[in-house]
Design a protein around this ligand. Structure first.
Ligand SMILES: NC(=O)c1ccc[n+]([C@@H]2O[C@H](COP(=O)([O-])OP(=O)(O)OC[C@H]3O[C@@H](n4cnc5c(N)ncnc54)[C@H](OP(=O)(O)O)[C@@H]3O)[C@@H](O)[C@H]2O)c1
Length: 302
């Protein structure tokens, strides 16, 4: 015999193949500005529908002065959880009650908030999402390897932390604004004394010393007019290449990596991996929802 609740769920699934929005619908969302380009609503709503969860996920374009109020809204409206995106990942730390994970506190940027009975808990799923994507798509393990991180913004910070956390031997950081690369180097050194971290202003060092892994964590390549974040021909040998950008799906940087015969991937895998980790934190569910998300992303790409 099925328990009565299971029977109710079956009937509901038969009558409503996707859950209707009703007075029980749970609310999730993303706070950012701009936020209209975000694919997160597409991904999470697809998962909610496929798993017959009575929940919706919306994008909220939040003005800077209202960020605190938006976080209070999570509590006051009983939202179950939110993602936080550019430019609020760092500011989000000021509005949560706790950041349970050491790594997330170290990174100093949150992309996921869980409302645990009125207590707001902050997490960073970008960094583990990045490591998962790199491991699965490129079969790359940073342990004992030398990596070049291009960029020193929020995403580069998470990527550099993730690489050091995964025991990379050496990390070079290159950024258009060198002071920011230097700042990130000094910050990381305090956390990971065993990883050699060097901010660089030119790629000269890379002609002599081999980088095993290069990651574009700049936004260069999102617009057609953007410059290359670096000319990969300056490397002394072959490298594995990851580009965090997923739209367009192939940036000129990634195209060049392919032409040079380097193993490479775009940021789609990271996008799905970080979103799936957020989903798990919010719902406590263990199933891997990345397949659903990948299907959605493939359709979206056309
Ligand atoms: N796949 C994923 O799941 C995922 C997750 C997070 C982020 N991302 C992507 O990662 C990228 C960076 O995001 P973010 O949050 O780190 O942004 P951000 O904090 O605004 O940082 C942007 C970075 O790009 C550099 N940059 C921008 N325009 C440049 C140009 N014309 N020439 C050289 N450098 C330039 C900036 O250098 P300056 O410091 O000199 O300004 C900075 O290092 C975005 O494309 C974002 O979509 C992807």
């Amino acid at each position: 015999m099925f328990p009565a609740y299971t029977l109710v769920v079956f009937i509901r699934m038969a009558v409503f193949p996707t859950s209707p929005i009703d007075a029980h619908t749970e609310l999730y969302g993303i706070f950012g500005n701009p936020v209209r380009h975000s694919l997160s609503p597409l991904l999470h709503n697809a998962v909610f529908q496929r798993l017959h969860l009575n929940a919706v996920y919306l994008a909220f374009q939040v003005e800077k002065d209202f960020l605190g109020l938006a976080f209070e809204g999570i509590r006051s409206l009983g939202m179950k959880g939110v993602n936080v995106t550019v430019p609020y990942k760092e500011a989000a730390l000021n509005f949560v009650d706790d950041v349970p994970e050491d790594l997330d506190r170290g990174i100093g940027a949150l992309n996921t908030v869980v409302n645990q009975k009125g207590r707001l808990l902050g997490f960073n799923t970008d960094a583990p999402g990045f490591l998962t994507a790199v491991k699965e798509e490129l079969e790359f393990n940073p342990r004992g390897k030398k990596a070049l991180v291009l960029g020193a913004g929020g995403a580069a910070r998470g990527v550099a932390f993730a690489l050091a956390y995964a025991h990379a031997d050496k990390i070079w950081i290159y950024n258009r604004t060198p002071e920011k690369a230097k700042g990130l180097q000094e910050y990381l050194e305090g956390y990971f004394p065993e990883t050699e971290i060097e901010s660089i202003e030119t790629f000269e060092a890379l002609k002599k010393e081999k980088a095993h892994f290069v990651v574009n964590a700049t936004s260069c390549g999102m617009k057609e007019t953007d410059p290359l974040p670096m000319d990969l021909r300056l490397l002394s040998g072959e490298a594995v290449v990851y580009d965090l950008i997923y739209s367009p799906s192939q940036t000129p940087f990634l195209k060049l990596a392919g032409e040079l015969g380097f193993k490479c991937a775009n940021g789609m895998g990271m996008l799905a991996a970080q979103a799936a980790l957020s989903f798990g934190l919010w719902t406590g569910r263990k199933e891997d929802v990345r397949e659903i998300m990948s299907e959605v992303l493939q359709k979206w790409r056309g």
